[in-house]
Unconditional design. Structure first.
Lengths: 348, 350
């Protein structure tokens, strides 16, 4: 296991031999199953356009849906609240190479996190670049090959395959970084470095991470980090001090905090890439929780069929009863209507 | 080494501060125009390495955007694309793209406009200096792109030299190693700062015939740590931004060292205003991985005395993210191109 983690962080390869299946299984027992419907044909793409790996999905205050996906090139699409295609944003943009996350902030600015260019970009609601964090490695420097060996020391303003972004009510910026750093970085609203927790090195202690893969911030400024290769979520206070760990809901793939006065936490124990025999039986579900970690229910399962999930990479939960999920495999975005009042306890 | 750079720079800044502290440099008040360039919805600036205006006030931007791409063919890998050259009118309205899909645009480094309004670009990866005529047709090429690239990249070759020559002196021809900038004297002679691989200045006549080159890697007077930027004043004096040694070196047109200015940080971008009373603008650009150091631009007289400075590193308007280009055709209305913030700012000094 230790060796596998080392190889993961050193090479960034995700498809090498994975962890033992048993580690992927959530330990929470008797979790109520929340029924849901998946809206048929939700996103309506123009003829000739295709989604690739739908790793990033987010909605704005009008319900518009943004999909940041790995097509022949990485692209960002905007759809209206009914799933009609509106436009492409960032066509040919230098900060797009290998999509990882898209999020929409409280002012409806659109933020992309690209793990191919190491760039986090803030677009205005109209799609103009407002701020750039990080820097794409210069091609002229010959940095075109996969790096090997130990991770380079982390730097304040340079990311190494960053994964996700979130904001507190003061508009401070939090970046989970990433596949070859193992840290969370906090910037002020103007993009100036304030603090970080973790480092380039992976670790298991509180405040250490092993592939921080997703991040969300609640209305009190607490920070929730999907600590994927540690099979847990870490909760940090606003100054990045570790406060709690939720380790009973499987692998920490991605995390979302809903809007409104009563905020919920959504956490995905996504099925692992590769679909190894047996993996579907113990992974694939998404948990709905209170912010304090109390589990309210779960929904979904691993499947290639419509309504099931194929490696959920991102969850939008602006409305806690209308969930939009982006899946890596099946190249798919689904809109789910949850029926939490009908939740009933099941044993699996 | 790459990771040590900011530490060294920081140390240099902190360490140098007490020594440099003389009379404080006046701050020049300035404004930044909101949205100076109106981009079409499907065009995005990337790292804005070059910006320049022509005699009509049209604005040219050479930017690292799009996708540098490697094609696999035979036993070799071929790289292309990655940078684009755009033209805007004096009001910032998009006019056209120049050089799209050409062989020479990969890693934008600089754009300059000569007195005849020809558009010259310098590309750090294809090692071309390309002259486009005002209509956008290729009029002259200096340098040649490597036919193929190697992945992973081989160890850096180090500064190139002809047999027995000094490191960085380069070959006595127009083969560049990461050239950075281009300038002309009154007779139309062409000066190329070359650059970040080599450490020399190469001089050509107006027809592109190689005349001579000077400089080598080093810290002595007449040497360069790297040659980051170049400008020529009305009397033919050549100013070279020596980023590695944090100085501007002055030469006559034959490459004879005249003097140096050492109190303005790392001169990553240089511009000399036209007109009878010329000024120098020089940017002490912050390194791309840190916005908490440097970033200010100096205004100087040709004799090196400092008029004032303005700006600092950062991401807001009136802050700078690694300025790589300054256009100063108008004394107090500047265009600056930024690497870190992927934008052009139009500044008015007060």
């Amino acid at each position: 296991m230790q060796r596998w983690l080392a190889s993961l962080s050193a090479t960034g390869l995700l498809l090498c031999a994975g962890p033992a299946l048993a580690q992927l299984k959530a330990t929470a027992q008797n979790v109520p199953e929340i029924p849901y419907d998946s809206v048929p044909n939700f996103l309506k793409l123009p003829v000739g356009e295709y989604l690739g790996e739908a790793v990033g999905v987010a909605t704005n205050s009008k319900g518009h849906v943004f999909v940041y996906h790995r097509s022949a090139t990485t692209r960002l699409f905007e759809f209206d609240q009914n799933g009609n295609f509106l436009k492409e944003i960032g066509k040919g943009y230098y900060g797009f190479e290998f999509a990882h996350s898209v999020r929409v902030d409280a002012q409806d600015n659109i933020w992309t996190v690209d793990e191919g260019t190491n760039v986090v970009t803030k677009f205005s609601p109209e799609g103009k670049v407002l701020m750039v964090l990080g820097r794409r490695p210069p091609a002229v420097a010959g940095e075109v090959a996969t790096t090997t060996g130990p991770n380079q020391p982390s730097q304040k303003y340079i990311f190494c395959r960053p994964t996700d972004v979130g904001w507190d009510p003061q508009e401070n910026i939090f970046v989970s970084d990433g596949y070859c750093n193992n840290r969370v970085v906090k910037y002020d609203r103007n993009g100036r470095f304030l603090a970080q927790v973790g480092s380039e090195k992976a670790g298991k202690e509180p405040g250490q991470f092993s592939l921080p893969h997703g991040i969300a911030v609640d209305g009190q400024g607490s920070v929730y980090v999907a600590d994927r290769s540690n099979f847990r979520y870490q909760v940090l206070d606003n100054n990045l001090k570790p406060r709690a760990t939720y380790d009973n809901v499987g692998v920490g793939w991605t995390v979302c905090v809903s809007q409104g006065p009563h905020q919920y936490l959504f956490a995905s124990n996504s099925n692992p890439n590769g679909n190894r025999p047996g993996s579907w039986a113990i992974t694939g579900e998404i948990y709905k929780m209170e912010l304090d970690g109390t589990i309210l229910g779960r929904f979904g399962h691993a499947s290639k069929e419509f309504g099931g999930f194929q490696v959920v990479h991102m969850v939008d939960c602006r409305n806690p009863n209308e969930i939009v999920v982006g899946e890596i495999e099946s190249w798919r975005v689904q809109k789910l209507i949850l029926k939490p009042q009908a939740a009933k306890a099941v044993t699996r | 080494m790459k990771c040590l750079l900011p530490l060294l720079l920081t140390a240099a800044v902190l360490g140098a501060a007490p020594v440099v502290a003389q009379t404080p440099v006046p701050e020049i008040a300035f404004d930044s125009a909101p949205n100076p360039l109106a981009l079409p919805d499907d065009i995005y600036l990337g790292e804005t390495a070059g910006v320049a205006t022509n005699s009509k006030g049209d604005v040219f931007v050479y930017t690292r955007t799009g996708h540098p791409t490697v094609s696999l063919g035979g036993a070799r890998a071929f790289a292309h694309g990655g940078s684009r050259l755009f033209e805007f009118d004096r009001n910032g309205k998009f006019v056209r793209e120049i050089g799209q899909n050409s062989y020479g645009l990969m890693y934008a480094q600089q754009v300059r406009i000569d007195p005849q309004d020809n558009i010259w670009i310098v590309d750090q990866m294809t090692n071309y200096v390309i002259k486009f005529d005002p209509e956008g047709r290729v009029a002259m090429l200096l340098g040649r792109k490597a036919e193929a690239i190697t992945i992973p990249a081989p160890p850096a070759r180090g500064p190139q030299a002809i047999a027995g020559g000094a490191p960085g002196a380069g070959e006595q021809t127009d083969l560049f190693d990461r050239p950075t900038d281009v300038a002309w004297d009154g007779a139309g002679n062409i000066y190329v700062s070359d650059g970040l691989g080599n450490a020399r200045v190469a001089k050509f006549n107006k027809n592109g015939v190689f005349i001579k080159s000077w400089g080598a890697k080093g810290t002595e007077q007449g040497n360069f740590g790297n040659a980051r930027a170049i400008a020529v004043d009305a009397r033919g004096t050549v100013y070279v931004g020596d980023g590695g040694n944090r100085r501007i070196e002055l030469f006559d047109g034959d490459g004879n060292f005249k003097t140096q200015y050492t109190n303005i940080g790392t001169p990553q971008a240089l511009c000399i205003t036209p007109g009878p009373n010329q000024f120098i603008y020089s940017s002490n650009s912050n390194p791309p991985n840190d916005i908490d150091v440097a970033g200010e631009i100096y205004k100087m007289r040709l004799d090196g005395s400092i008029v004032g400075k303005f700006g600092r590193a950062g991401k807001l308007p009136k802050e700078f993210g690694t300025v790589n280009a300054i256009d100063c055709r108008n004394d107090n209305t500047l265009y600056v191109g930024e690497i870190g913030n992927m934008r052009v700012q139009k500044l008015t000094l007060r």
